[in-house]
Design a protein around this ligand. Structure first.
Ligand SMILES: *Cc1c(COP(=O)(O)O)cnc(C)c1O
Length: 405
């Protein structure tokens, strides 16, 4: 094929033509299977990046591949001007997980969060008796990450995200994670919503405690404020519960999802409780690509495999021994490691210095793990990772630490 003959090295093509907006690792990935990926030089990596918590089933799970291939040959896209069976069924199954309510489909985490922030505005209009622009306040958490759109950035109080893009949306203020009083102090009659990640991801794997979440729930109910949880990274089984907030036994008024939901196919969704779902009426929101038959078939395959292979059980069963092995490693190398954070298969290792050097050293030794929040190395195995693969991540990490001395 002539395309083969003229093909330039991928690195050169990126250097010449791809926007320079990422700090990208100098490897080119070409294939994946289960928990492993291969680069274009044939080197194998244990992939505990999982596409940043996207590849919930690992790479190329046969049930997922078959579902996507079959749907691609049947109907890929027809628009939300019409129904499709896959979207209806997926909505039913997400409602079954989240509780009475309704689902809207989109294509990414940022877009899911935009939907939540629009919900907050509509709730504010209802709360203030039909006045627009008055009850627009949203209280978020320090150190949060909610995406790169204007709404997402406005809810993300970090200079590295917001810098250069101001002015942002009005009405945002931020409490300290797990400090209920700091949120209570910010609430007033013009507050529409409290919005936070159940476990902060990009901010460094910082879980909201169950007591804090229950306190927020009570506060929100008392003040007619929506509790909106961003489960884009921590949801879809990552902690061993389908939604991370289930561990706290609270029910939010709205949930944002994406990442793991499509198992690698771009897919986002919001769930809104029955009492607020009627705020959206025909014409108030939409997405051309949201909830296509193909995207929904991919997400249904993820839910199928989570159920059939008991992946919530897999995470719950395997996480304790893995955490214990990681903790033993921390105890062995206190000069480099401070502590372990997170839950289930969403783990952050807080290092004593910037994580980027460690991430590069781990990659050289065959382990892909993303950084977070400056000093944190994240480990995000696929939900079907085995005990042996989890142990392998510890072995590689120990080797890298030992080499550093
Ligand atoms: C990744 C992430 C987002 C943004 O999702 P995109 O699909 O990149 O737009 C939002 N919130 C959280 C918690 C995330 O981890």
């Amino acid at each position: 094929m002539s395309a083969e003959i003229t093909r330039q090295p991928t690195a050169d093509l990126y250097d010449a033509h791809v926007l320079n907006n990422y700090g990208r690792a100098p490897i080119t990935l070409v294939r994946g299977l289960g928990s492993e990926v291969w680069d274009d030089e044939g080197k194998t990596y244990l992939d505990f990046t999982s596409g940043i918590a996207v590849s919930a089933l690992g790479h190329c799970h046969p049930h997922w591949v078959q579902a996507v291939q079959r749907q691609a040959g049947e109907l890929i896209h027809a628009s939300n001007l019409f129904r499709n069976p896959q979207q209806g069924e997926l909505a039913r199954r997400l409602v079954q997980r989240a509780g009475p309510g309704r689902v809207f489909f989109c294509n990414s985490g940022a877009e899911a969060n935009e939907g939540l922030l629009k919900l907050a505005r509509l709730h504010g209009v209802r709360k203030s008796g039909g006045v627009e622009g008055q009850c627009i306040k949203v209280i978020g958490a320090e150190n949060a990450f909610h995406g790169r759109t204007f709404g997402g950035m406005s809810a993300t109080p970090q200079e590295k995200i917001q810098g250069g893009f101001r002015p942002l949306l009005a009405g945002f203020s931020f409490g300290r994670l797990n400090d209920l009083q700091s949120f209570a102090d910010l609430i007033d009659e013009d507050t529409a919503a409290i919005f936070l990640e159940t476990i902060q991801g990009e901010g460094g794997i910082n879980p909201a405690t169950p007591e804090f979440l229950r306190g927020l729930r009570k506060l929100c109910t008392e003040h007619n404020v929506l509790l909106m949880l961003d489960e884009v990274q921590c949801g879809i089984g990552r902690t061993g519960a389908f939604y991370a907030f289930e561990h706290a036994d609270v029910r939010p008024d709205a949930i944002g999802m994406a990442k793991g939901l499509g198992g690698g196919y771009p897919m986002g969704a919001i769930w809104i409780s029955e009492t607020s779902a009627d705020l959206f009426t025909p014409g108030t929101h939409g997405s051309t690509f949201g909830g296509t038959p193909l995207a929904c078939a991919a997400a249904l395959a993820v839910l199928d495999v989570i159920e059939r292979e008991d992946l919530l059980g897999n995470v719950t069963r395997l996480a304790p021994a893995w955490h214990a092995a990681l903790q033993a490693m921390i105890d062995e190398f206190p000069q480099h490691l401070k502590r372990l954070k997170g839950a289930g298969f969403m783990i952050g290792l807080e290092m004593t210095e910037d994580a980027l050097g460690w991430v590069a050293a781990l990659r050289d030794q065959g382990l892909l793990a993303p950084p977070a929040g400056g000093n944190v190395v994240r480990l995000l195995p696929p939900l079907n990772a085995t005990a042996a693969e989890l142990q392998r991540s510890v072995d590689v990490f120990r080797r890298v630490l030992a080499a550093r001395g």
